[in-house]
Design a binder for this molecule. Structure first.
Ligand code: ATP
Ligand code: MG
Length: 564
């Protein structure tokens, strides 16, 4: 039953004479909207496009399904907006300007894929069962799963080239197509959550060694303006050892997103040497696009992530920035004239954030495969003040906290992750994994962190009494802390080699620094002067380690062992 608009408040419109349900998609005039509230006769709708041309009295038409994403081969490499409209396809059709109300399917209906069955007639299947696969890109095999609600015996299954709406199998009396839909605000089901016990290797030393995130875990990257949130998330999208990467650019400046769009297609995956876009999906809702679609964008992204996790994959999702998402939520809540909570955010901010991060996890899927979805969100607290509501609500649910620091960024120490107040709650769970890389890994990490802690205390003393007040051993500690800072933690995202450090190399590098420390302590006890140690050529070799191959670092290790 069609209704009509009785009120317009920016992207929020109120309609009457409508039979709808919450989260149902509606056409408001020509535009797409979603029902977000029903109060008696009145239906509140958020509209995902610019509403300035809209008038009271315009028609509203319910479409009968909740806000959903389409799931099928053809998603990888796509660039979507917050409600999964394919920006790349639209652009090819209409140029840079996106016309209102454009109706382009999220997934190409015509393209044919080579479907290879993995099940046969007579097999019993249920939701999630993998019945075949399509080589979506040279590095991603898209597994075709039985959709939710379908169960029974395979009557027919075909082999050949199919478009996403063609029938590839028949189960009971249901025709199975590759295309599925899933409501974005509902978590996809799985059997159980499992404890995350493997790190998501990022090649970023301060993250992997000091503050690791587990596959299937959650992390947040809060940081003031210009502290490197976006660069870190780009680095993770490029280098994290995930099968599928989803990057949700949420309310960031258009030019940042443009950088991603220009840069990503050029990048190669270090594992497969194939273009990174062959395992990446981008969701872009920049600051100049309607903010209701921004609110939806993180759900669009995470639903796609869950779908690939269902296939048994390792998926990493980045959301940059969740503050911009929260602002969209606040804006909509304001238009609804809801009672504002802290700093104008709605009272449900914290629960919405928690629900979002809860969808991460390492899980046993319905089809018994194990998959994981890691969620990493950046937070941009105004003025860098971490006590504000979005940072605080995020902190309560994420298990890793990479605190970016204005002072470090100002001193151009990147990644500007503050080693004193960042943390990872996964270190214990990941111990076994790290011990396999290097039996001393975890001890070395803990020791290096303790050195950084001691350094900060010693600096306080130096500030009061001057460097002369310190013993040679304390001054050596400052030197070693400097090595950890400059030769290990500092890492340029823009240097060809330094941009990515394999975990084995990280372990060796840290080991070299700590070995040097032990040897230098011995030498001091033996009567050597600190100045002699400081001018050793080993020190400059240590500073070159990050650019060297692992065997050269092992060579350096030998030299240090022989040092006297
Ligand atoms: N790992 C890094 N290596 C080298 N330079 C870096 C690194 N991280 C950040 N930078 C420098 O800092 C600048 C700002 O980083 P970035 O754009 O990621 O900050 P941001 O926190 O996302 O800022 P905003 O709050 O504006 O979104 C970059 O353009 C780059 O010059
Ligand atoms: Mg940014």
């Amino acid at each position: 039953m069609a209704g009509k608009i009785v009120r317009i408040a920016g992207p929020v419109v109120v309609g009457e004479n409508l039979k709808v349900f919450v989260n149902e998609v509606v056409r408001v005039g020509e535009l797409v909207g979603e029902v977000i509230g029903i109060e008696g006769e009145k239906v509140v709708i958020q509209v995902y496009e610019e509403t300035s041309g809209m008038k009271v009295g315009d028609k509203i038409e319910p479409l009968g399904y909740p806000l959903s994403v389409e799931l099928a081969p053809g998603m990888i490499g796509a660039i979507y907006d917050g409600i999964q409209r394919p920006l790349d396809v639209i652009r090819a059709k209409t140029g840079d300007f996106i016309p209102l109300g454009i109706d382009v399917p999220s997934i190409d209906r015509k393209k044919k894929w080579d479907f290879e069955p993995a099940a046969k007639k007579g097999d019993k299947v249920s939701p999630g069962s993998i019945i075949g696969a399509v080589k979506e890109t040279p590095i991603v095999e898209h597994r075709i799963m039985i959709p939710y609600g379908v169960e029974g015996e395979i009557k027919e299954i075909y082999d050949g080239k199919f478009a996403v709406e063609d029938t590839v199998a028949v189960v009971g009396d249901r025709e199975i197509k590759m295309l599925q839909r899933w409501p974005v605000r509902r978590q996809r089901p799985y059997i159980e959550k499992l404890p995350p016990d493997e790190p998501l290797i990022t090649g970023q030393r301060v993250l992997d060694t000091f503050f690791p995130v587990a596959k299937g875990g959650t992390a947040c990257v809060p940081g003031p303006f210009g502290s490197g949130k976006t660069v870190i998330q780009h680095q993770l999208s490029k280098w994290a050892d995930a099968d599928i990467v989803i990057f949700v650019g949420c309310g960031e400046r258009g030019n940042e997103m443009a950088e991603v769009l220009l840069e990503f297609p050029e990048l190669l995956d270090p594992r497969s040497n194939r273009p990174l876009m062959e395992r990446t999906i981008l969701v872009a809702n920049t600051s100049n696009m309607p903010f209701a679609a921004r609110e939806a964008s993180i759900y669009t992204g995470i639903t796609m992530g869950e779908y690939f996790r269902d296939m048994g994959y390792t998926v990493a999702l980045q959301a940059d920035s969740t503050s911009r998402w929260a602002e969209a939520l606040r804006e909509i809540s304001g238009r609804l004239e809801e009672m504002p909570g802290e700093e104008g955010y709605p009272a449900y901010l914290a629960s919405r954030l928690a629900e979002f991060y809860e969808r991460s996890g390492k899980v046993k899927n319905l089809n018994n495969t194990i998959g994981n979805l890691t969620v990493i969100g950046s937070v941009s607290p105004p003025g860098g003040d971490f006590s504000e509501p979005v940072t605080q609500s995020t902190l309560r649910v994420t298990k890793v906290f990479w605190a970016l620091d204005a002072q470090l960024a100002y001193a151009r120490h990147f990644p500007a992750v503050n080693w004193l107040n960042s943390y990872s709650l996964y270190v214990d769970q990941l111990k076994d994994y790290y011990s396999q890389i290097d039996e001393h890994f975890v001890d070395n990490r803990n020791r290096a962190m303790a050195i950084m802690q001691q350094e900060s205390e010693l600096r306080e003393i130096v500030r009061l009494v001057g460097i002369e007040g310190l013993s040679e051993r304390d001054r050596l500690l400052l030197d070693v802390a400097g090595m950890i800072r400059n030769d290990f933690l500092y890492q340029s995202a823009f240097h060809e080699i330094d941009t990515y450090t394999p975990l084995e190399k990280q372990a060796r590098m840290l080991n070299v620094i700590l070995l040097f420390y032990d040897k230098a302590l011995e030498a001091l006890s033996g009567g050597k002067l600190l100045s002699e140690l400081e001018s050793s050529k080993l020190v400059s070799k240590i500073s070159e380690m990050k650019f060297k191959e692992i065997n050269e670092i092992e060579q350096l290790e030998k030299e240090i062992k022989e040092m006297s």
